[in-house]
Design a protein around this ligand. Sequence first.
Ligand SMILES: Nc1ncnc2c1ncn2[C@@H]1O[C@H](COP(=O)(O)OP(=O)(O)O)[C@@H](O)[C@H]1O
Ligand SMILES: [Mg+2]
Length: 169
Amino acid sequence: MRFAEPTLQRCCLCRGEAESVAIAIQIGRIARPGCVIALYGELGAGKTRFAQGVASGLGVTEPVTSPTFTLLNEYRHARFPFFHVDCYRLGTDGVETFILALDEWMGEEGVVVIEWAERLQAYLPPEHLQVDIEPAGENKRWLHFTAYGRQAVELLRQLKGYDFDCSHR
Ligand SMILES: Nc1ncnc2c1ncn2[C@@H]1O[C@H](COP(=O)(O)OP(=O)(O)O)[C@@H](O)[C@H]1O
Ligand SMILES: [Mg+2]
């Protein structure tokens, strides 16, 4: 495993969109510059809603829409710059060029949220927070968090108000 240690796993069942967004907002409030959040989950799982929550927690006031065609949207007027990446349309040819650019952005002191992170799996930084969103009935979603590295573990530890029981897995 090339991802950083220590690691920490936590899960929670969100019973509606508001709960998923609330936890994302909490993450946006705690997130520090350099934080990378990798989102996984099928179409409609709630990745964009999650990214919007993080943005809101960071203090982004503009509307946040998925950068499906532009691959990246940046929001500069928050507590820290917020970078929203959507790799859905990232072809394999485009990856190398995109990664060069992304490295520059990630090098900046901002918070990065990546939708369809599996398409950048080989290029993800060793330290990041992985979030797998798994539909569990109409408005329910399991959120599976895996933190890689000290900063992400610390962030995950600070989340409150949920029963983070992973024993269903
Ligand atoms: N618990 C939940 N968490 C997140 N989204 C939910 C939840 N329940 C229902 N939804 C709905 O699922 C959809 C998620 O859409 P979106 O965030 O665009 O997905 P993705 O970016 O993964 O394709 C939205 O229409 C949202 O209202
Ligand atoms: Mg999306």
